[in-house]
Ligand binder design. Sequence first.
Ligand code: AMP
Length: 325
Amino acid sequence: MANSLNTQSTTHKANNDSLIGTYDGGLERDEEDRKSDLAGGDKGRILDLQLRGQAWNLNMFDVGRPLGKGKFGRVYMARTRTQPPFVVALKCLYKTELVEARVEKQLRREIEIQANLRHPNILRLYGFFYDGKRIFLMIEFAGKGELYKQLNKLGRFSDKRSSRYIAQMADALLYLHSKHVIHRDIKPENLLLGINGELKIGDFGWSVHAPGNRRTTLCGTLDYLPPEMIEGREHTAAVDLWSLGVLAYEFLVGGPPFEESGHSATYRRISRVDYSIPSHVSPEAQDLISKLLVHEPEQRLSLEKVQNHPWILKYKKSSRSTGVV
Ligand code: AMP
């Protein structure tokens, strides 16, 4: 039987469930830890007004095992009590913490962007709801978890696996760019894996709708930032092409191409496009990386050309499949 969730007393009974796993009491523990906090207050209520719709509530879910803990709260595997039931990742965010970190606007943007996207390699945001203190996001469950954990475990990915991941990224980015969304924060930590091993872009915290050129604001990990962003120049969707090149490099080599201990050293290397590719990387992969890691944004290989690059075509499956294995 699924665990029960009594929102009257806000206690969840720990229970065993073979599909969604065992709830660990984390939501109540967080509640205890935050007893001394302000309860969101007026600023929290402003968030409510900014987020539309409230068809769901916590009572409509069986909460299962914890999937992870992010900066602003926990993520649980959960199943709707609807018929038929539906499994989601339920992300719980604390309003006070969002307000304190001044990320309300960023969250709003993330929700607005992600809720409107439909692509097999982009994590769906099905909906959201809130109570007095928390905001819950109903996100597509990524069955195989975080990509960077796999990368850490294996050290680096094979030529074939890397090529298939990059093909899926190119598909997803082409879709995003067609919707005038620039991701701007592509890195292994923001990528999850679906149940068939397919890649899922999972974090839209730094995405922007791009009506045209924008002045840059520094964000994201320095390792993945293109020259135009660290140099404070205007940037376009071509920032994602650069990051795709960095990602391909990291998949194949196990670390990013411009990594240095200090920021200014990384900055210098990015600006000079100063990197080298180890000889174990296939010539086709080297060719693609060198066509993406190009200083001038307009000269980077387009996503359509990435999709048709020999390194991508080499491992392309005959039938349409987004999986890796
Ligand atoms: P986040 O707050 O988004 O960084 O999420 C914290 C952790 O929860 C992540 O590092 C993942 O391990 C896990 N997680 C987040 N979203 C999902 C999801 N949709 N499916 C599976 N696991 C997730």
